[in-house]
Structure formats: structure tokens, C-alpha cells
Design a protein around this ligand. Structure first.
Ligand SMILES: [Zn+2]
Length: 407
């Protein structure tokens, strides 16, 4: 290992030269001098050449070995030599270390900002104290300033709503899609607010949005030349919602077809299943009650908006009970149906069992393992035992769930 310069340890990648390190009452003090390229004048851009003066400033840095760390930094002041520039001298800043007017190094400020973000004001103040860089809570909270909002809209602007509090109050987040950065946040999701933002921040060439009409109205009015893009997430989300709805509506057809296929398939049943003796579950009883209540009220001429209020139900639930047959509702509420890892294999097991190929749980367990089953043999044993006694629901023709088809 070669010798490492102290600058590389304390200030990696930063243009300073360390002249002295000493321990003082206040902690470890490092005397350092800026040695980077002279700065450009912030007013006219002219590079500084002639040194006007030098002076020292003190910067608190992140602690070293558990002790406070102070940099006594010597910086230069340069003349601005451009005739007519209102600025006479330029003070140099050390990139990634010093900032104008700051008494903390850039790295320490970043630490404090993280502490303020994750811990908050008063607890943050105590944490900073114990980590050897004491500061006040107002200073910490003052570090939590939002980045400035750009004057022009980003070239590709993303717009979407978000919830301050779900179901209660919503806002709008505007994103610079190319930079993957939030550009601004609006207090609501109204078209008027977005319109005035677009007027104040021109320049968006493409705007990605969901299908909310408020945003498309705003775009038509305030940025008619921008190309509108339905964003990928919402496109897929809407597509999958439509597919799932269709599958739900056609589930009885799939079921019927699967049953027909099963019955017409030439196969002999050696182990007939006993008639199911499933005890009526609480869920099933509730389903029947709910079904009859809803249909009674419908028969009495109650409207679809009055029933949810009277029965304290969700409007969606009432619609589902109105549009679905009782059998289907019961099937989806029935207990005794294996959940989880075994479910994809129950129709295979039922088939093997009823055809009398084998009814030994050990064989069936081995066979479904070969087909990808990763669970233990216990669910297989209890399912087969249930088939024998009629206490589980035998799997009917395998009809995938709508959610599965949609995926
Ligand atoms: Zn100048």
C-alpha cells in the first residue's frame, strides 16, 4: 500500500491543500487552503485572475473519530477585471465543500438535511447534539426547502393525481419524465389549477396523463400543441380492468364449457365421490340471507341506490348480488376449499381419484410434485381424506380465476 495524502482521506476529490492539523478545545481543527481554478464572476462570467486578498473562514465539518471537526479554510478574493461590471471582487467557493454565507460544509449540511427529513426538528436537534455537531431545530427545519420550480415546463411532462389523504383530499404531481424528477406539486386536481400552471410554465412538448378528464381539458385549453400520451401504467391498468370485467361476466360460460368437456370425455368413474355433506358455513348462510334480502327489495321496487343504504352494504356488492346467480355466489363463498399452494392441483387430484387410477395420497403427492407442486404432503392427505368423506368440495373443471386470466 502506498502512502495516502491526508487530503485524499479528509477531502477526497475536493480542491484543497491541508497545511496543518491540530487538536483544540473545539475539536480537530484542520488548516486548509483552496487551490482550485479561480472562479468566474457571477455577474459577467469573466474569469478572475488577479488575487485581491486572502482570508480565513471557519466551516464545521462532519466529526472525525467522534470529535467535532472544524475546517479553517483560507480562500482567495479575486478582482473582476471586466470594465463596467458592477461587481468589483469575486470570492472563491470550494465546490462540494463551501457555499456562500454557510458556516457548515456541504457534506455536513447534507447530513443535517437527512436528519431533518427522517427524524424531524426537536429529536433531530438532540441527535445532532449527541453526534458532535450541535445545531438548532429551526436551522434543521429550514434545510427542508423544496427545490426551486423550473420556470419552463419540462419537455416531457407527466401529470398524475396523488392523495394527501386517501378518499379525502387529492393533489396533482407534475413530473419531469426525462429527468425522473418531480417538477412541481399542485394543491388540488382541478383543471383550472393545472391550466394556470401550464400558462405560467410553457414549453411542454409531450404530456403523459391518465384518463382523468380534468387534465385532458386543461391540456386542450392551455397546451393545445403538446402531444398527449396515455401513460403506460394507466394504459395497462385500464386494459387489465376491462379484461377482468369481461372474464367475470363470462365466467359462467367458461364453467359450463368445462363441465360439458368433463361429462363428454370418455372416462369411467371407479371411485364415485360421496354426495357432499358440507356443513353450511357461516359465509354460505350469510350469502343466502343477503341474496334473498336484496332480491326481495328489488322485487318491492327499491332502487339500486336505496338498497345499499337500507342494508348497510357497498353499492358494488348489491350490484354483484343482483347480477349473479345464487349458485355462483355460493360457490365463491364455500368453505372447505383448499387455499394456497394446493389449489392449482386439486382438479388433477380429483380426476385421478375418481378415475380410480390411484387414491393413495403418497402417489398423488409424488405425481403433483412432478408437476411443480412445492408444498408439503399434509394438504394432499387432508384433501384426499376429504374427498373420501365428502367434506371437501371436489374440484370441478379447472376454470382459471378472472384475476389469473388478466395477469
Ligand atoms: Zn464581473
Amino acid at each position: 500500500m502506498g502512502v495516502v495524502a491526508i487530503e485524499d482521506v479528509l477531502f477526497p476529490g475536493i480542491d484543497v491543500r491541508v497545511t496543518e492539523v491540530h487538536a483544540a478545545v473545539e475539536g480537530v481543527v484542520v488548516e486548509a487552503a483552496a487551490c482550485g481554478r479561480p472562479p468566474d464572476c457571477p455577474s459577467c462570467g469573466c474569469p478572475g485572475r488577479r488575487v485581491h486578498s486572502r482570508y480565513r473562514r471557519r466551516l464545521a465539518e462532519r466529526p472525525v473519530a467522534g470529535r467535532p471537526f472544524v475546517i479553517s479554510l483560507r480562500v482567495r478574493r479575486f478582482f473582476c477585471e471586466r470594465a463596467g461590471c458592477r461587481r468589483r471582487t469575486i470570492v472563491e467557493q470550494v465546490p462540494d465543500l463551501s457555499e456562500r454565507y454557510r458556516r457548515h460544509s456541504a457534506g455536513l449540511r447534507q447530513w443535517m438535511r437527512s436528519i431533518a427529513t427522517f427524524v424531524g426538528g426537536r429529536p433531530g436537534q438532540r441527535l445532532c447534539q449527541s453526534l458532535q455537531f450541535p445545531t438548532g431545530r429551526t436551522h434543521l427545519l429550514g434545510l427542508l426547502t423544496a427545490p426551486p420550480v423550473p420556470e419552463r415546463a419540462p419537455r416531457v411532462l407527466g401529470v398524475d393525481e396523488f392523495a394527501f389523504r386517501k378518499g379525502w383530499r387529492y393533489g396533482t404531481v407534475l413530473v419531469d419524465v426525462e429527468a425522473a424528477r418531480v417538477a412541481d406539486v399542485l394543491p388540488d386536481r382541478d383543471a383550472a389549477t393545472f391550466i394556470s400552471w401550464l400558462h405560467g410554465h410553457p414549453g411542454a412538448e409531450a404530456i403523459c396523463r391518465d384518463r382523468a378528464t380534468a387534465y385532458s381539458t386543461a391540456i386542450h385549453e392551455a397546451a393545445p400543441d403538446a402531444q398527449e400520451v396515455a401513460d403506460r401504467w394507466h394504459l395497462l391498468h385500464n386494459l387489465s380492468a376491462a379484461v377482468e370485467k369481461t372474464c367475470h361476466q363470462h365466467r359462467p360460460c367458461l364453467r359450463k364449457q368445462a363441465d360439458v368437456e368433463r361429462e363428454t370425455a370418455p372416462r369411467k368413474i371407479i371411485n364415485p365421490l360421496p354426495p357432499p355433506t358440507l356443513p353450511p358455513s357461516k359465509m354460505a348462510v350469510r350469502t343466502v340471507d343477503r341474496y334473498s334480502d336484496i332480491h326481495r327489495l328489488l322485487g318491492e321496487g327499491c332502487s339500486i341506490s336505496a338498497i345499499p343504504r337500507r342494508l348497510h352494504l357497498d353499492r358494488k356488492t348489491v350490484r354483484r348480488f343482483r347480477d349473479t346467480e345464487l349458485d355462483t355466489l355460493l360457490a365463491s363463498s364455500r368453505m372447505g376449499r383448499p387455499k394456497g399452494v394446493l389449489e392449482p392441483y386439486t382438479s388433477y387430484i380429483t380426476e385421478r381419484f375418481t378415475e380410480g387410477v390411484t387414491s393413495r395420497p403418497t402417489d398423488l403427492y409424488r405425481e403433483i410434485r412432478e408437476r411443480g407442486y412445492r408444498g408439503s404432503d399434509q394438504p394432499v392427505r387432508s384433501y384426499v381424506a376429504g374427498l373420501r368423506t365428502g367434506t371437501v368440495e371436489p374440484a370441478r373443471g379447472a376454470v382459471p380465476r378472472p384475476g389469473k386470466i388478466t395477469k
